[in-house]
Design a protein around this ligand. Structure first.
Ligand SMILES: [Zn+2]
Length: 225
């Protein structure tokens, strides 16, 4: 997955040749801080049996997740390492908050189960799929496939995918409504996963995602992952 230092810069925003890989960046520090804050708030929530602290943990995750990505784009410090750590930190945060919430509120179990399967398995698979190409993060998946990008990482898709189920549950308290919505999001993720699995995989990473796509289409490698 390393990119040759001699890779010719292509000028596309989001290609790996545009930025050297490093992990000690300010956005990654924000990811670490927001994850520690989420875990601490979660620990307080479970020891004091407090929904308020659980909500605080969820907000630490949500606000921190928006902050690290926004900062990375703002200061041009997006890295593949940062993107992968962000994905893993998200899954830890969500699993802690959702499982603790369901323990205290069993009627939330059906939508939570569908949501966790979607977020921890399908969405993680999709979000990490960008590493098959010379991309810095899923935010540039449009260079590979416009449909998968629009359904998963365009700004409206991000908001709907990560918060719609939670907001519907909190607003209506309807297990049925939240489960139906969670299943709809799961359906979108499953459709996207099948589409990603069918994309030709480049044999080598050129440093430019567009070049990767052209070379994969010219001599398709067998998709093995
Ligand atoms: Zn490029």
């Amino acid at each position: 997955m390393t990119v040759s230092a001699t890779a010719i810069r292509c000028g596309h925003r989001g290609c790996t040749c545009e930025f050297g890989e490093q992990w000690g960046t300010a956005p990654t520090l924000v990811t670490a801080v927001r994850t520690v804050a989420t875990v601490v708030a979660w620990a307080v929530a479970v020891t004091t049996n407090s929904d308020g602290w659980l909500l605080a943990a969820l907000l630490c995750y949500w606000i921190g997740d928006i902050a690290d990505g926004s900062l990375a784009r703002l200061i041009n410090r997006e890295t593949r390492t940062g993107a992968v750590l962000d994905v893993l930190a998200d899954r830890l945060s969500i699993c802690l908050v959702v499982t603790s919430y369901v323990t205290a509120h069993p009627p939330a179990a059906p939508p939570a189960a569908v949501f966790l399967a979607q977020f921890v398995v399908l969405d993680a698979y999709l979000t990490l799929a960008f590493t098959r190409w010379s991309l810095l993060s899923p935010n540039y998946f449009g260079l590979i496939d416009a449909t998968v990008y629009r359904l998963n990482w365009s700004p409206p898709a991000k908001v709907i995918n990560t918060s719609a189920v939670v907001l519907v549950w909190l607003a209506t308290g309807s297990s049925m409504a939240a489960t139906v919505l969670a299943a709809a999001v799961l359906g979108v993720k499953a459709f996207s996963a099948v589409r990603v699995a069918q994309l030709p995989v480049p044999r080598v990473l050129s440093g430019c995602a567009v070049r990767d796509v052209h070379s994969a289409a010219a001599s398709p490698a067998t998709a093995s992952t």
